[in-house]
Write a protein that binds this ligand. Structure first.
Ligand code: RNT
Ligand code: ZN
Length: 392
């Protein structure tokens, strides 16, 4: 008997249909972030990475131009099964010497054409870091109205560009806004920057567009250790009030705080969630995601609570110390493996034992599941998708 048939029988014995799991798994979109390919440099040709985040390491092979980046993405996708999307930042267009408040859809036409040809959907992000107008550590919350207006314009144009993505693909583009605004040391006035930011956001989102707008909080960053304008409470409230998607990045909370613990609660109040799946090591270090407990917990929360239609999965890491294509491959495959593990749970049985207060049965089954042959199902899935089951 083949490994897969053996696994299929084992899962069937606990009420799990592996064929159903494989089919469902294949359709879950995972948005792959373009910025792992070049260490978040982009193609403006100027500034180096700044704004509370850092890519470290100098492994050779970072993309030097857009053609190289696309070729690298294509190579990565050869070993990544399932439905992938590509997540772009505004600095990745044909934007050499184009100011950020002047970006237009035409600067992203080549990406749109490429995505069509590759049968990929695109997502987008305005870029409010690595720029002279973010050097004070403030952008949309800056005391200078001129600077705020500059970034408002950038964000508006980003939404317009993303709407062009939507119109040339089958699903809406997700547009995520993250800013690094904050203070190194504790400010005395924590309110005013938030007020300014609130007004800027109202301007940015005033126009309805055919996209999914998400906003991403962060507790701290390099140089903004003590206070961030865009805190979790700020965005949670703003997203609820204005019906935006809330982005939860795995590295943006206290070191022992996990986003898997937030998903179901928040899902009751926001229509959509975006996840930035990342791996913090002591800080928001954006390591490549491993198949660790938290990754599986994230996947289980999505699958168990039937949130696939409302939770958008995106990856967000950038490790410059290893091969960039392998970084993508490992992270994307791990995310999908975690989803497979979640799909192979006999959730109705687990739920029933919980709600009959049979915690013994729940514990026994959860522990047995850990040694069930999910790898054989992964293997079969990869074979069917014509990608290597074991990535080397
Ligand atoms: C930074 C945020 C943000 C960025 C990308 C490049 O801490 O996580 O999402 O990583 O936009
Ligand atoms: Zn993020």
């Amino acid at each position: 008997m083949s490994m897969y048939n053996f696994a299929k029988e084992q899962y069937a014995a606990i009420g799990v249909d592996t064929e159903m799991a494989i089919n469902k798994l294949d359709e879950i979109p995972i948005s792959m972030h373009c910025w792992q390919g070049d260490d978040v440099k982009g193609f403006e040709g100027g500034e180096s990475l700044s704004g509370g985040i850092q890519s470290t390491g100098n492994h050779p092979g970072a993309a030097a131009n857009v053609d190289e980046l696309r070729a690298m993405i294509e190579n990565a996708l050869k070993v990544i099964p399932g439905q992938s999307r590509i997540n772009l930042h505004a600095i990745y267009g044909d934007v050499k010497n184009v100011e950020r408040n002047l970006i237009e859809p035409k600067h992203f036409k080549a990406w749109i054409d490429w995505a069509k040809e590759q049968n990929l959907a695109l997502d987008f992000n305005p870029t409010l870091f690595s720029h002279p107008k973010s050097k004070d550590g403030m952008t949309l919350s800056h005391p200078d109205k001129g600077i705020r207006d500059f970034w408002v314009e950038h964000c508006k144009r980003s939404r317009q560009i993303a709407e062009c993505f939507t119109s040339s693909q089958e699903s809406k583009a997700v547009v995520n806004l993250w800013i690094a605004d904050g203070f190194k040391d504790a400010p005395v006035d924590t309110l005013t920057p938030r007020l300014r930011y609130l007004n800027a956001l109202d301007e940015i989102y005033a126009e309805k567009r055919d996209i999914i707008d998400a906003i991403e909080s962060k507790l701290f960053g390099i140089g903004v250790e003590s206070y961030t304008v865009g805190s979790h409470e700020f965005y949670l409230a703003y997203a609820v009030k204005n019906k935006l998607a809330l982005c939860l990045d795995a590295g943006h909370f206290h070191p022992t705080e996990v986003i898997s613990a937030k998903i179901s609660a928040v899902s009751l109040f926001v229509e959509r969630l975006l996840l930035h799946v990342s791996r913090p090591v002591r800080w928001d270090s954006d390591h490549v995601v491993m198949l660790d407990d938290e990754l599986v917990a994230i996947a289980k929360e999505i699958i168990r609570n039937d949130l696939l239609n409302r939770v958008h999965i995106g990856l967000d890491f950038f490790d410059g110390s290893i091969d960039r294509i392998s970084a993508w491959a490992v992270g994307m495959r791990n995310m999908r493996k975690a989803l497979l593990i979640a799909l192979l749970e006999p959730f109705p049985t687990l739920k029933e034992s919980e709600w009959s207060f049979d915690f013994t049965k729940r514990l026994v089954l959860l522990e047995e599941l850990k040694a069930m042959p999910w790898q054989a199902v992964w293997n079969e899935y990869c074979l069917r998708k014509d990608v290597p089951a074991i990535y080397k």
